[in-house]
Design a protein around this ligand. Sequence first.
Ligand code: TYD
Length: 209
Amino acid sequence: MARGKFIVFEGTDGSGKTTQMKLLGAYLRERGVATHLTHEPTASPYGTLLRSCMAGKTDADEHVIALLFAADRIDHIQNAENGMKQLLEQGVTVLCDRYYFSSFAYNGGFVPLEWVVELNRPAMEMLRPDLVIYLDVSPEDAMARIAQRGERERYEDLARQKLIREKYFEVFARFRAQENIVVVKNEAAPEATQAKLRKLCDDLFGGNA
Ligand code: TYD
């Protein structure tokens, strides 16, 4: 059986990646592609602890957060029950909201990037995405979307959003040779963005999606 495709969505907070990922999942399923949608931080005990840190309910140093994200990711790949690696081997295509580039862009801005890269080296070796889609919005537009959502989390202010976006582009340039990264401008009309993503997927599946 053909291995499923592993497609990762990246972007700053409020980039619209969750909406776009859901639309793309529906598109693939309509085409008969077995598709699983997932996200990081995950719903596992590691991810649950992380969410509590992100929401400020559990006090945590940035080093602890970076370590927890790396741990959550390895569990997400390897877990015997619902791990991504196993699903891909079973022929399921996996769409994942955030992966190691989120750690580089977010956590690598607060603790040394080299250390975060080392923490994520096992994940990079275990499971590399077939495609990384970066949904690009201006930090101002991202903040406007976050404001609409109400509650603010740990990394959500304009200056930080700018830094995180810059960090994404820095690491994309660094890992360009070994990763398949596509930067997609998120258009005001969600359908326009979705059309670009569908085209990318059609190409990835060689016209067989
Ligand atoms: P997420 O639930 O995807 O938030 P959003 O829907 O706003 O994109 O991610 C929660 C937060 O976790 C987000 O601010 C980014 C941060 N994060 C990291 O700092 N490092 C990581 O490795 C990951 C996966 C997420």
